[in-house]
Design a protein around this ligand. Sequence first.
Ligand code: ADP
Ligand code: MG
Length: 384
Amino acid sequence: MSNQQTITRAFKDHFSKTPHFVIRAPGRVNLIGEHTDYNDGFVLPMAIDRAIWIALGARNDRQVRLRSLHFDALTEFSLDEITHKPGWGEYIRGVAWALQEAGYRLAGWEGVMTSDIPIGAGLSSSAAVEMAAAKAFSLVGGWGFDPPAMAQIGQRAENQWVGANTGIMDQMISAAGRAGHALLIDCRDLSTQQIPLPTENVFVVMDTATRHAHTDSGYNERREECEAAARFLGVSHLRDVDLPTFRDRAGGMGEGIRRRARHVITENARVLEAVEALRQGDSPKMGRLMDASHASLRDDFEVTNRELNVMVELSQNQPGCFGARMTGGGFGGSAVALVEEARAKEFTQAVDEAYQAATGLDPHLYVCRASNGVETMARSTTTS
Ligand code: ADP
Ligand code: MG
């Protein structure tokens, strides 16, 4: 059964009627541009063919009731009194709260949610939940879904309601992705460009089976270090510094902060080079940029762990692999490799085996294709 059939059937089982809407909101993999988002820089994610699915029906009151099939649990709250309740429902409450704070008119709904995005694997299931929820509120409320505005709502929910200090990228790509394309996002003004991807290659996401904790002190520490570096360099964000300027001004900077800044500054440049490489269909160049990104994240930004390094090195040694890097916040989670489609199967088998042998862990490898951002897959005006 497809996800759409599963979620539609689950809705019927729970509510004995047809859903008004079926929504799909994808996870994402960032191809290059890591830890640049909160530095007002560039990122290049793609929406993947794994998603959160919600089937829902409008209610006549101001209650929201959503069942997660994954957690086999219900979250329920009134739009007139949104309070904190620990658990996955915080993402839904947070989106409702942020929307109301921003002046959107909300109405109640009930639904079920399923997903094939692994949680905490670096594929941003949380942003997909947020964008699916925002889409649900827009459909039930009868107002338009503006991707950048909704991405900001999701970020606000995650930052201020859930309490996770994340950037805007994950929500933006889940809101605005397009099949066959990566999305260049300028995190300063949220302007975007769709970048066509080579059709004969795939991106393989490789979950190391090690996990980050998103309230992890490591992430917040890196943000603070970047802010300190920007202050030292006399700019509001590291985005405003290019490599020659950095070399001129970095004298006297502490060694740790200097390496953090160097990562961000070189990574921003690599994203723009990657865009050119993809536009020219130059996968070998794209691969080399991914390799360089990983080295920078490992040596300068220090957000890899042993398993990510093992996964990336194993990948880079496989035939048909153009390049590989960790992806996501780091400290565990996933890596991503650019691989010839014709060799994707042998690639995943070889990496899977070699990784198990090297680490004793059971990895998960996903061959991903670029999909659309959040979309309404079905709608019905009559419920019976
Ligand atoms: P990720 O890297 O996958 O975004 P996070 O820790 O940021 O990891 O977010 C994961 C959280 O998102 C889960 O703990 C849960 O609260 C919520 N979530 C993800 N998928 C689902 C789901 N299928 N049902 C309910 N909540 C989900
Ligand atoms: Mg997340």
